[in-house]
Design a protein around this ligand. Structure first.
Ligand SMILES: [Cu+2]
Length: 338
């Protein structure tokens, strides 16, 4: 794909056809800027938090009965599709599309004017070996902090999270401070609909997995197939990686594979994973811009996914083939990381 080349100024029709076929991309009129949370102004942070709260106040559009709000609609779609979108080739493409639809909904339904923020955890972990002090968890200009400590907390399923060697986090209860204390979640944990508060259980046992060393170890992988496995982590890999590391370090709501989008921090964590993918793509754009692979389902029979594989968003947005979301600078995505 040729960047900085405007198809509108090309006078040769044949060249235009070739260019469009090669890139399969439609250029965006403008790109929204996705910033790291701590690089945003306090005003921008409040605008984002207010937009998420707006989504939490709008009525659901009815994907599942238990979903009350537009915010719940996104959590519901993730819950319903969880078994099809994790540990498979479409993991990164699906979440890229999901985040983009969330971003566009904040803009179209809640008047948000910015881009989805991301949380670069390595900036916390490299300094403190902890996520506790992250500005992301500020109680005024952030998402609130740890949950209240519950002695003997045993994970969101009350089963020590089914992982051998799992170390319980330091919280487990409701997040007592910040902008999301009063929001009542209707979905989760897992596939069960229950009314509950937002919970967290910070767990610095897993912070090491989010360091810049681990990011560099991920982006140095030579092919999409190795890269996606290295990024996503357990149980395909024997040790924790960037994706599961973030879910485990925040804990509780975020620890649940199905219902983790109940914590608004989910979107910032996954935006950073998407940024790591885009960083990896940009390291060798001619080879990697359209490089996808991986099994289509966890259990056989599975096929190898291709660019034609269609990403489902249920009632959130139309199907799109993976080809259409490989380039964040092109329609329908139109964003850039700064
Ligand atoms: Cu997910």
């Amino acid at each position: 794909m040729v960047r900085g080349f405007s198809i509108w100024t090309c006078t040769c029709a044949a060249q235009v056809v070739l260019l469009v076929q090669a890139s399969a991309s439609v250029f965006c009129a403008t790109l929204v800027k996705r910033q790291e949370w701590r690089d945003m102004t306090n005003n921008q942070k409040i605008q984002y938090i207010d937009a998420v709260k707006c989504l939490q106040s709008l009525p659901a559009k009815g994907l599942v009965e238990a979903a009350r709000t537009r915010f719940d609609d996104f959590q519901a779609a993730h819950i319903n599709l969880t078994d099809e979108i994790h540990l498979v080739g479409q993991f990164l493409p699906w979440h890229r599309r999901f985040l983009s639809v969330f971003e566009k909904t904040l803009r179209s339904e809640c008047g948000f004017i910015g881009g989805l923020p991301y949380w670069d955890w390595s900036r916390d972990v490299d300094v403190y070996n902890s996520i506790n002090k992250s500005p992301v968890f500020d109680s005024v200009y952030g998402f609130g902090g740890n949950g209240i400590y519950i002695p003997g907390y045993a994970g969101p399923f009350n089963n020590l999270s089914n992982l051998p060697g799992w170390v319980p986090g330091t919280g487990g209860g409701c997040v007592p401070m910040g902008p999301f204390t009063s929001y009542n979640l209707s979905l989760g944990p897992g596939t069960i609909p229950t009314n509950h508060c937002l919970t967290r259980a910070f767990d610095d046992e897993y912070a090491w997995a989010l360091s810049s060393t681990q990011v560099a170890n991920t982006t140095k992988q030579p092919s999409f197939e190795i890269f996606r496995i290295e990024l996503e982590g357990q149980p395909v890999t024997p040790t924790m990686k960037l994706h599961d590391g973030g879910h485990f370090a925040v804990g509780a709501e975020m620890l649940n594979t199905y219902s983790s989008p109940g914590d608004p921090v989910f979107y910032l964590h996954h935006a950073n994973l998407d940024r790591v993918w885009w960083t990896w793509q940009q390291l060798d754009l001619p080879t990697r811009l359209f490089d996808v692979s991986g099994r289509s389902t966890v259990d056989p029979p599975f096929v190898n996914i291709t660019l034609a594989f269609e990403l489902k968003m249920l009632n959130l947005a139309p199907l799109v083939p993976i080809r259409d979301i490989m380039d964040p600078r092109a329609e329908p995505l139109c964003y850039t990381y700064v």
